[in-house]
Design a protein around this ligand. Structure first.
Ligand code: PMP
Length: 364
């Protein structure tokens, strides 16, 4: 069996030990004679699986008691609508536009009310996190239902290194591509959510962590579909209808793996070591350059390019020949992107770095 060096931005590499456990449990989950895929979500066996997943996540992130954990379907994208549907109570919220997914969330919110653009880095092709002082100033007016950020910008390789001050407005963050990459102080947010397909598990699960007082009044719009009603989903323990049973099981396995490999501090150290190996290489390269400004660099998505589309394509093709996969940049930006999520090993990154040196020696 030959596993490749997988730098996919998501769905992304999973820990091999997790894949092996899943394979071993596929036909007969813990002696019950069936697969998790075949199990009723109302069974006590399955309830244990979802309870264990939540408990493990609570330990990892040290989630305060007054926050609820919800596992939904529909990807991060459905929450672009779900957030205004639930929380745009007075009809106005602030958005920091730092990339494609933040912009989509902002546009979606504009269908439900006044989505105020508080800051943007679009003028420099989203190569940075913009200055956050205007966010603080605008939020201090006190008329925003929440302030929304996309904490790590998967396509552009940027990340917030400090959080905006939002006055009385709760901070909501899409943490899809930095979830479980590093510690996250949940108490600083009203809500965080993440598509699971990067660091947390399988595609088809969105993890939402929300402060319970924000749910008390129910959705902001009466016509909110019951599936999207976060108060109801929290009340029903993510079981309003049939959840993504298998996906949540995979998340639980991944959460346990993060705990067993030292938790989030250790994960952050390993992730920065991997990312910095590549950033250092880029800073010293004659032909490759990083596309994100240095003080905005992501822990998870390292974006880079040469000055020639032809060389970029040659690099990607050569990578494939060496078992280095999914290194092509997002179609919106071209170039290259190495996503160094939790399950990507230092050995994977070293293989990529060695190839980059080799390519540079040939083409510089
Ligand atoms: N937000 C971020 C930061 C993302 O990287 C992505 C896509 N991977 C999305 C939102 C959209 O996620 P989904 O495909 O799960 O809807």
């Amino acid at each position: 069996m030959a596993r490749v060096h997988n730098f996919s931005a998501g769905p992304a590499a999973l820990p091999e030990s997790v894949l092996t456990q899943i394979a071993n449990e596929m036909l007969d989950y813990q002696g019950c004679g069936m697969s998790v895929l075949e199990m009723s979500h109302r069974s006590s066996m399955y309830q244990q699986i979802i309870d264990d997943a939540e408990a493990s996540l609570r330990r990892l992130l040290d989630i305060p008691q007054n926050y609820r954990v919800i596992f939904l379907q529909g990807g991060a994208t459905l929450q672009f609508a779900g957030i205004p549907m639930n929380f745009m109570r007075t009809g106005r919220a602030g958005y920091v536009v730092t990339g494609n997914f933040a912009k989509k969330a902002w546009k979606e919110a504009a269908k439900y009310g006044d989505a105020v653009k508080l800051a943007s880095s679009e003028d420099t092709d989203f190569d940075r996190i913009p200055a956050l002082a205007p966010v603080r100033e605008r939020a201090s007016a006190g008329d925003l239902d929440y302030v929304y950020i996309c904490q790590n910008n998967t396509i552009f390789g940027t990340m917030f290194h400090e959080l905006p001050q939002c006055g009385d407005a709760p901070l909501f963050a899409d943490v899809s591509s930095c979830f479980l990459s590093q510690p996250l102080d949940i108490s600083r947010y009203g809500l965080v959510y993440a598509g699971a397909q990067k660091n947390a598990g399988a595609a088809g699960v969105t993890v939402i962590i929300v402060r319970d007082d924000l749910l008390e009044d129910g959705p902001a719009f009466a016509q909110t579909p019951q599936y999207m009603d976060l108060r109801l989903q929290a009340q029903k323990g993510s079981m309003l209808n049939t959840p993504n049973t298998f996906g949540i099981y995979v998340c639980g396995k991944v959460f346990r793996w993060v705990e067993e490999t030292g938790g989030l501090e250790a994960m952050a150290q390993r992730n920065w070591a991997k990312a910095n190996l590549l950033y250092d290489l880029l800073d010293n390269s004659q032909i490759f350059h990083g596309t994100a400004q240095k003080d905005s660099r992501s822990i998870a998505n390292v974006t880079f390019r040469t000055d020639s589309d032809e060389l970029n394509a040659q690099f990607v093709a050569g990578a494939h020949e060496r078992g280095i996969e999914n290194i092509k940049g997002h179609r919106l930006v071209g170039g290259m992107r190495a996503s160094v999520y939790n399950a990507v090993t230092m050995e994977d990154v070293e293989a990529l770095a060695a190839y980059m040196h080799e390519f540079e020696a040939e083409h510089a």
